[in-house]
Design a protein around this ligand. Structure first.
Ligand SMILES: [Zn+2]
Length: 68
């Protein structure tokens, strides 16, 4: 995304939707995982569409760092 913003003067803004698309594709490719705040273990193979878990919040994760 940052590269798309930097290239704006040469591509007249056309790089923005292109890089936003690349950004979106990368997001879709990253596998959905669950990350435990308490021990940091990761769970794979979940269906992100039907997940009842909230997204990982780094400020909450930092609070649990002292227990590991
Ligand atoms: Zn755990």
């Amino acid at each position: 995304m940052l590269a798309g913003i930097v290239l704006v003067p040469w591509t007249y803004g056309l790089s923005l939707p292109v890089f936003a698309g690349v950004d979106w594709l990368l997001h879709k490719r990253v596998p959905f995982i669950l990350n435990c705040y308490r021990c940091g273990c990761e769970f794979h193979g979940f269906d992100s569409e039907h997940s009842r878990f909230k997204p990982f919040l780094h400020h909450i994760g930092l609070k649990y760092d002292k227990y590991r």
